[in-house]
Design a protein around this ligand. Structure first.
Ligand SMILES: Nc1nc2c(c(=O)[nH]1)N(C=O)[C@@H](CNc1ccc(C(=O)N[C@@H](CCC(=O)O)C(=O)O)cc1)CN2
Ligand SMILES: Nc1ncnc2c1ncn2[C@@H]1O[C@H](COP(=O)(O)OP(=O)(O)OP(=O)(O)O)[C@@H](O)[C@H]1O
Length: 184
């Protein structure tokens, strides 16, 4: 199946899943799994997105990571499909909505951290074989991971998991090191 068709179908699937209590259950499971991960335990700085409704709800996780004494960084998109990580602000009013509707910190050149020790990679589907991912389709993470090569993991909700990729994989796709998998 082509990427555009697969992406549409997968987003519909995630919209349905986001209406269920199962999503909340799996988010709790995956949070526990993350705590066990060596690359998480060793990381002082963590890059993570502010999840939209159909994604992993990262708000509670962000607070939990901060409570462990680690520093949370969130992505801000830049021209030419580039991306940088900036500190999660102390006041939520210092976040602004991007044109795509995602919350991002205001730009502060002096605060950029590329890359954080561990990047929790977002996506709408992941494959057990090869640890491939597909996202919303602009290639921000593929470009970022090719350039900076941080440690990576992903929090994979059950409707996001496939044995083999059901979408075309390209040479530019960077596999995720550790896939954390929810057991539906
Ligand atoms: N919560 C969250 N934040 C995130 C990501 C994510 O997947 N989730 N990203 C993960 O990368 C980055 C933003 N990703 C984006 C992906 C697509 C488009 C976008 O404008 N898409 C166009 C078509 C793409 C194009 O321009 O070619 C569209 O859908 O109309 C914008 C941002 C950074 N922040
Ligand atoms: N390292 C790279 N250098 C240049 N172009 C790239 C790179 N990685 C991806 N691209 C291009 O970006 C576009 C979108 O990539 P892709 O479909 O893999 O996005 P995605 O992984 O679904 O989205 P995202 O990474 O934003 O979550 C494609 O045209 C792809 O060729």
């Amino acid at each position: 199946m082509d990427k555009v068709t697969f992406r549409k179908q997968q987003i519909d699937r995630l919209v349905e899943f986001s209406k269920t209590d199962q999503k909340v259950t799996e988010e709790a499971q995956l949070t526990k799994a993350l705590y066990q991960l060596a690359s998480f335990q060793n990381a002082e700085t963590i890059g993570i997105v502010i999840g939209q409704a159909i994604e992993f709800n990262t708000k509670p996780l962000i607070k939990a990571i901060q409570n462990l004494g680690k520093k949370v960084y969130v992505p801000r998109t830049l021209p030419d499909y580039q991306m940088t990580f900036l500190p999660y602000p102390e006041k939520e009013t210092d976040l602004e909505k991007s044109s795509f509707g995602i919350l991002e910190p205001k730009m502060d050149e002096t605060a950029r951290l590329d890359p954080p020790d561990l990047v929790i990679v977002p996506g709408i589907a992941f494959s057990k074989d090869g640890h491939y991912r597909i996202g919303f389709g602009a290639g921000y993470y593929d470009r970022y991971l090719n350039r900076y090569q941080p440690k990576t993991t992903a929090l994979v909700l059950s409707p996001m998991l496939y044995d083999a990729p059901q979408w075309p994989v390209s040479m530019l796709d960077v596999p995720v090191e550790d896939l954390l998998i929810a057991h539906g």
